[in-house]
Design a protein around this ligand. Structure first.
Ligand code: 13P
Ligand code: SF4
Length: 305
């Protein structure tokens, strides 16, 4: 019997498609993907990719970012309801009200946001570039940062810039507390703690390194061996373990699971390739307005006036 993975491979070649997967995806999805990466790497890859058909295994905001950057490509999100609860914590009306209370502020939006919120923002960031981009913003401007209060607080600490923080957060990372880190450290003395900036500040205070998911992969690769306590969604451990067979990885808690990231199964990828849906369709005016803040991020910041 032909395995699902083989069927996907065959159909992918016939359709001339590229499969992109986020670092949190199920192991079998990572294994059939052409490229596995963090939000920034996937956005760059989607923009560069020559092929006209992208199958995006991740959550909606990531597939939307790919579509915003590549309007002529067909972008499929195999499970249409795979969303990000944090991205849905702020809508365009709430952002407009915040902007009206702070006229003149620069609006920075985490890429984990809806296309409507991106369209009302000056620039987007990911966890991989937030510190660099925000530290380069003009000193005389207030900064509104949405929707992740934890990433925002970490950027404030790293850059010394004060920002107006929206109170949103990732429910999965919010549940990774300092007590979890202490317990894992007692069980694994001497282990290195790597944490995602979506974790609460008390957790980040106990981390050796605060990194995006792509940053974690680079950091562990350069270390090569050792024991790492991983304070982010545990799907990344599949990739870390595959790339670093001499290292040991300990999830910070068994609760470190993003249900939305786990929705995509091989059957869904095959069905998407067969039926060419579910497809990301965006209103062209909205897409166009959301493109500038992402392009500014990819260019490294907002050009001086
Ligand atoms: P990265 O950009 O670090 O991959 O993070 C995305 C995300 O959704 C974290 O929860
Ligand atoms: Fe959204 Fe959190 Fe899931 Fe990342 S881990 S996709 S921020 S809910």
């Amino acid at each position: 019997m032909v395995s699902l993975a083989k069927k996907i491979q065959g159909l992918k070649e016939r359709r001339d498609a590229v499969i992109l997967a986020h670092n949190y995806q199920n192991p079998e999805i990572q294994d059939i993907a052409d490229f596995v990466g963090d939000s920034l790497e996937l956005a760059v890859k989607a923009a560069e990719e020559e092929n006209g058909l992208l199958v995006f295994c991740g959550v909606r905001f990531m597939a939307e970012t790919a579509k915003i950057l590549s309007p002529r490509k067909r972008v499929l999100l195999p499970v249409a309801r795979a969303g990000c609860p944090m991205a849905d914590m702020i809508g365009p009306e709430e952002l407009r009200a915040l902007q009206e209370r702070h006229p003149g502020a620069v609006t920075v939006c985490y890429v984990n946001s809806t296309v409507q919120v991106k369209a009302k923002s000056d620039i987007t960031v990911t966890s991989a570039n937030a510190v660099r981009i925000i530290s380069a913003l003009p000193r005389d401007r207030e900064i509104i940062f949405v929707p992740d209060r934890n990433l925002g607080a970490w950027v404030e600490k790293e850059t010394g810039r004060r920002m107006i923080l929206h109170p949103g957060c990732c429910p999965v990372h919010q549940g990774m507390g300092p007590d979890d880190i202490r317990a894992r450290l007692r069980e694994n003395p001497g282990a290195v703690v790597i944490a995602h900036p979506e974790c609460p500040p008390e957790t980040l205070a106990l981390a050796d390194r605060v990194l995006s998911t792509g940053g974690m992969c680079d950091f562990v690769r350069s270390a090569g061996e050792g024991t790492f306590i991983v304070a982010t969604e545990m799907g990344i451990i599949h990739r870390l373990a595959r790339e670093n067979p001499r290292a040991k990885f300990v999830p910070v808690t068994s609760r470190a699971v993003c249900a939305d990231m786990k929705l995509t199964a091989l059957e869904d990828v095959l069905a998407a390739l067969e039926n060419l849906e579910p497809e990301i369709i965006l209103d062209e005016d909205l897409r166009h307005r959301a493109e500038l803040p992402i392009r500014r991020m990819l260019a490294g910041g907002i050009p001086a006036a």
